[in-house]
Design a protein around this ligand. Structure first.
Ligand SMILES: CCCCCCCCCCCCCCCC(=O)SCCNC(=O)CCNC(=O)[C@H](O)C(C)(C)COP(=O)(O)OP(=O)(O)OC[C@H]1O[C@@H](n2cnc3c(N)ncnc32)[C@H](O)[C@@H]1OP(=O)(O)O
Length: 181
């Protein structure tokens, strides 16, 4: 069991559905296992969150992971606006979905988002860099409980977004079926 050595946020967005039950352990980080990603999902260029071939995608750039925490940067583009000059909330939620997903897959199993909860704490301007991080709070059977945050301008900048999510482990066929449809 690992305990990520990061400062935890005093209060997160987690509801009862995204809070691990008592006793849910955080497994050792084991992945991503290349046998699970098939070389297709890992670094998938068409991914809206991180792919380089997604024209208006977020293009999240991973900056590393250690002690169970995955980190990335995201520069808000004009195509991501909601109000003039400000990031759309759904785009910020997408960034958090991607981050929590990465943290889940680092556990060495295949996961999809079942539930995503987001707090929007301050507006994020176009051109700003959001410094993102995510970690696992516990695993209970097929269910993994993740949390994350995004800070404006610097890793210790003001928090702009927080998220909690429940991810569900799925078999390989989940993605094969999706690609063939
Ligand atoms: C450095 C790192 C490199 C990494 C390199 C790897 C590359 C890869 C990275 C990918 C990063 C992607 C980041 C984006 C991730 C997406 O955005 S994934 C796309 C969005 N999500 C989806 O499309 C999922 C759609 N939903 C489904 O397919 C199905 O509903 C699910 C989620 C698989 C669950 O269906 P199921 O398999 O039939 O399971 P089911 O029995 O319904 O539920 C299982 C358990 O979960 C619970 N559950 C299910 N849904 C919910 C819910 N919404 N709320 C609460 N509980 C729920 C159930 O209650 C049940 O609990 P128990 O009864 O076991 O206690």
């Amino acid at each position: 069991m690992t305990t990520p050595s990061v400062d935890r946020l005093p209060a997160g967005p987690a509801s009862s559905r995204t809070t691990p039950p008592p006793g849910a352990a955080v497994p050792e980080e084991a992945g991503p296992d290349p046998r699970l990603t098939d070389g297709v999902l890992a670094g998938y260029a068409g991914c809206f969150g991180c792919g380089e071939e997604s024209p208006h995608g977020l293009r999240l750039r991973r900056t590393g992971h250690a002690d169970g925490v995955v980190r990335a940067e995201y520069v808000v583009q004009r195509a991501h606006q909601g109000a003039p000059g400000l990031a759309h909330g759904g785009v910020l939620a997408t960034a958090m979905d991607e981050m929590l997903g990465w943290a889940a897959w680092l556990l060495g199993r295949r996961y999809v988002t079942g539930r995503l909860e987001t707090d929007f704490l301050r507006p994020v301007p176009v051109g700003a860099t959001l410094h993102l991080r995510a970690w696992c709070r516990g695993v209970d059977g097929r269910k993994a409980y993740l949390e994350g945050e995004g800070r404006v301008g610097a890793p210790d900048g003001p928090p702009a977004v927080r998220a909690a999510g429940l991810f569900v482990e799925v078999p390989r066929e989940h993605f094969t079926k999706e690609r063939m449809n």
